[in-house]
Design a protein around this ligand. Structure first.
Ligand code: FES
Length: 107
């Protein structure tokens, strides 16, 4: 397997309702994970981009969260409608989507 240009970790953590940290799961991360996987398949960019559903990556209250390396850029409050921009502009285009980045005091 070739080293990918970008590796995407998309939080798919679920916690029980009422948990003090909340979770991306209760904020709809399933839709985001599914859309990311769907668009990855459509684009057939497996050698360039690696997508990994993950457990918690930190700021649960800002979820759904997506973390992209090597830049270490965190996208927060992501919806499935945002996934195309993340894919086209950042993962394939190389330009982070500034409007979706987590605030500086969070990440
Ligand atoms: S549950 Fe998703 S970042 Fe913590």
């Amino acid at each position: 397997m070739a080293k990918p240009v970008r590796h995407v970790f998309v939080c798919s953590q679920h916690r029980p309702s009422g948990h003090p940290r909340g979770s991306c799961g209760e904020k709809g991360c399933r839709e985001v994970v599914d859309e990311l996987m769907q668009q990855w398949l459509q684009r057939q960019c497996f050698a360039q981009v690696l997508v990994t559903p993950s457990s918690c990556i930190g700021p649960c209250g800002m979820g759904p969260n997506i973390l992209v390396y090597p830049e270490g850029i965190l996208y927060s409050n992501v919806t499935k409608e945002d996934v195309s921009a993340i894919f086209d502009e950042h993962l394939l285009g190389g330009q982070p989507v500034e409007r979706l980045r987590a605030p500086a005091d969070i990440w």
